[in-house]
Design a protein around this ligand. Structure first.
Ligand code: ADP
Ligand code: ADP
Length: 228
């Protein structure tokens, strides 16, 4: 589904963030990307939707080089959940969720039903929360909306970059469960970045361990060998 072939990234200041990495993410799997701060996780994620271009090597989606996709089509097909909660403050919850479907010119009635369905899946009561502004929701609820926004346009791929980092432990645990149950239902390809090994093991179908710009291991959680 997503393939990195000998991908290297050197930033203009000379920092090499990725050293010739090879990685395949299978269709429908949840791959967790784990490693210490600065090992290249975010760089890897941003390459998938072309926020960053490789210095060397190639990235493919469905066996097609991502350079050959129209950039808007590519990004509409990839939901991105950011570390910081990034809802538009002046828009209501339903407007925030509708950004990509609106761009895709979805039927209004279908979209409205989909918003109800999505909100219910993560325990947000649509009748109560649809018309609210982000500031009227808790941090955990806002981050859920961030996840729904990424899902709303029915993308093939969802990227989540430490989506829980702004949350308290209880919201974090709840959202972890919600994402796993969402994943079971919708079976989308998800790449999930974390620096928490327990989270990586609990959530990943496979875990990709990175260190200093290299991929050290990719395996099922129970087969992962951890070097202390
Ligand atoms: P992680 O997400 O694992 O913390 P990053 O991909 O953000 O790692 O960063 C990998 C390396 O690249 C780090 O050494 C970081 O300092 C460096 N880096 C990231 N972005 C830039 C940039 N825009 N310019 C220069 N160096 C960068
Ligand atoms: P930028 O203008 O920084 O390149 P984009 O145009 O990619 O940003 O995205 C604008 C907003 O829409 C962002 O808040 C982003 O999170 C959201 N967005 C972009 N693509 C998607 C997508 N495929 N699914 C969900 N939300 C998206």
């Amino acid at each position: 589904m997503i393939t990195f072939k000998d991908v290297t990234k050197t930033y203009p200041d000379g920092t090499t963030a990725l050293k010739s990495i090879n990685l395949s993410v299978n269709e429908g799997e949840l791959l967790t990307l784990i490693g210490p701060s600065g090992c290249g996780k975010t760089t890897t994620m941003k390459m998938i939707n072309r926020l960053i271009e490789p210095t060397d090597g190639e990235v493919f989606i469905h066996n097609k080089n991502i350079k050959e996709y129209n950039i808007h089509e590519l990004r509409w097909n990839i939901g991105y959940v950011l570390q910081e909660i990034a809802l538009f403050p002046h828009m209501t919850i339903e407007e925030n969720i509708s950004i990509v479907p609106e761009m895709k010119k979805w039927d209004k009635k279908d979209l409205s039903n989909r918003i109800d369905e999505l909100m219910s899946m993560v325990g947000l009561d649509p009748s109560k929360h649809r018309k609210r502004k982000p500031s009227e929701l808790s941090g955990g609820q806002q981050q859920r909306v961030g996840v729904l926004r990424a899902l709303a346009g029915d993308p093939d791929i969802i990227l989540m970059d430490e989506p829980f980092s702004a949350l308290d432990p209880i919201s974090r645990e709840q959202l972890q469960k919600d994402i796993l149950s969402l994943h079971k239902k919708i079976k989308k390809t998800i790449v999930f970045v974390t620096h928490d090994i327990d989270e990586a093991m609990a959530m990943g179908d496979r875990v990709c361990l990175m260190q200093e710009g290299e991929i050290v291991q990719v395996d099922k959680p129970q087969q992962l060998i951890l070097h202390p």
